[in-house]
Write a protein that binds this ligand. Structure first.
Ligand SMILES: Cc1cc2nc3c(=O)[nH]c(=O)nc-3n(C[C@H](O)[C@H](O)[C@H](O)COP(=O)(O)OP(=O)(O)OC[C@H]3O[C@@H](n4cnc5c(N)ncnc54)[C@H](O)[C@@H]3O)c2cc1C
Length: 415
């Protein structure tokens, strides 16, 4: 039987980070992937969505920038080029990853793997001995009883990423990160979007001020939504669907996207095997998956409470730490509208906010809607991870004009 130090199943961020970091410390690594190298993140998740989102935002901004002296015809969209670019970005990154595996001496097997025992993986009838097995098999879209995917009318995120032609109307069920990002992409391309969310507010996992601000932004962007509402049934017509909602609304639509979460993929559960990433079923984010891998293989510690949440589009949305509605003790708070910053006026990006929550001279939570929120939140994560005090942060010199100045303004206003 062939022998390896590490047998890794799955080549998403958890699997590829585990494989590359094990190889970097001289371990003999074999990696099994039954589908495309790069997992959901690279092929059906983070990367294709952000690539499409980039086109969507450029188009939306250009088509809505008369006051900036830019005049673009709203019908001048070439969706097939957008799709081709998405495919080529994904392919380029996948080729790069495959090259890295090769250069690192990682053996890749393109087959479905099974765990026989804590040291044995089987694929295509061949058994491999592995001193350690890491199962990083990822997740798939959750199925709701009565709303099974038919891939024509009832769609998963995979189906939407495979659109060759845009629908006129779509109903999106769920307003987590995936629902919000697709509503931004599709509405920017002039698709009529209605979100249906069962919770009281959009983005139910966010701080309440973020949820309310996103609702306001969606109202101004013409993205319709119903909160505290669920789907009662869906009727399929000749080439449309009728979606019956619990609030008695009936929406006729071309299709419906279910963005209601993801379920870990199936793989044998065996004592002594390490399960990481989406398959482990806790936080389902690519950066969490890769941090877990680094922690398992080269023991870089990380704080599972300090994993930033980021939702892309303009403006970006990001948060870390405690939400205000969950804090039970006394705390300090400061919140500024993003329009308080000169940079937001230069960019004509006035809708947003920065809120910082603090206790005992340390930040305990931050909630941001702003251009560059994905980078701004990282400044707060570093401050929290390193236990930096508010006084030390106030001594930092922030550039001008920047969105980071908003962090400084909040620190100065903490009461
Ligand atoms: C539309 C969308 C957008 C997203 N955007 C973001 C984002 O912006 N930021 C972010 O952090 N996260 C995002 N995510 C989540 C992110 O994609 C996942 O958290 C991440 O991919 C999890 O990585 P993983 O390695 O655990 O699993 P995956 O990426 O799911 O990889 C698992 C791999 O294992 C393979 N596999 C499964 N079983 C077997 C087997 N038996 N044998 C061999 N191979 C097997 C699968 O084929 C798959 O390739 C997004 C997800 C979606 C769906």
């Amino acid at each position: 039987m062939e022998r390896y130090d590490f047998g890794i199943i799955g080549s998403g961020p958890a699997g590829y980070t585990a494989a590359l970091s094990a190889a970097s410390i001289g371990k003999k690594v074999i990696l099994f992937e039954k589908d495309l190298i790069g997992g959901v993140c690279l092929n059906k998740g983070c990367i294709p969505t952000k690539t499409m989102l980039h086109s969507a935002e450029i188009f939306y901004n250009a088509a809505n920038s008369l006051e900036l002296g830019i005049c673009v015809d709203k019908s001048s969209l070439d969706f097939s080029t957008i799709i081709e670019r998405k495919k080529s970005v994904v392919e380029k990154l996948r080729n790069g990853l495959e090259r890295s595996f090769k250069n690192s001496g990682i053996i890749t097997i393109n087959s479905e793997a099974h765990i026989i025992d804590k040291n044995t993986i089987e694929a295509d009838g061949i058994k491999y001995f592995c001193s350690q097995i890491i199962a990083a098999v990822g997740s798939k879209p959750k199925i709701i009883d009565g709303l099974e995917y038919d891939h024509k009318y009832i769609l998963s995120s995979d189906d939407v990423l495979n659109f060759e032609k845009l629908p006129e109307k779509i109903v999106i069920i769920g307003s987590g990160a995936i629902g919000i990002e697709f509503s931004r992409i599709l509405s920017a391309f002039n698709v009529d979007v209605t979100i249906v969310e069962i919770a009281e507010n959009l983005l139910p996992n966010a701080d309440i001020d973020i949820s309310k601000r996103v609702e306001r932004i969606f109202n101004t962007r013409g993205i319709k939504f119903f909160t505290k509402t669920s789907v009662k049934k869906v009727e399929k017509l000749k080439d449309k669907i009728k979606v019956f909602l619990s609030n008695n609304e009936i929406i006729e639509s071309d299709c419906m996207l279910l963005a209601v979460g993801r379920t870990p993929n199936d793989i044998e559960k065996v004592d002594g095997v390490t399960y990481i990433g989406d398959a482990a079923g806790s936080i389902q984010l690519a950066h969490f998956a890769s941090k877990q891998a680094l922690n398992k293989i080269i023991q870089i510690p990380f704080d599972e409470n300090l994993v930033p949440s980021i939702i892309y589009g303009s403006p970006e949305i990001a948060w870390i730490g405690k939400r205000e509605q969950d804090i039970q003790t006394t705390y300090q708070k400061a919140m500024i509208p993003i329009s308080a910053l000169a940079k937001s006026h230069c960019d004509n990006a006035l809708d947003g906010m920065i809120k910082i929550l603090a206790k005992d001279n340390k930040i305990i939570g931050a909630h941001i809607i702003s251009n560059e929120a994905s980078s701004l939140i990282q400044q707060i994560v570093i401050a929290m991870q390193t236990n930096t005090t508010i006084e030390q942060l106030k001594a930092v010199c922030f550039g001008h004009p920047t969105y980071s100045e908003g962090i400084f303004d909040c620190l100065m206003r903490l009461k």
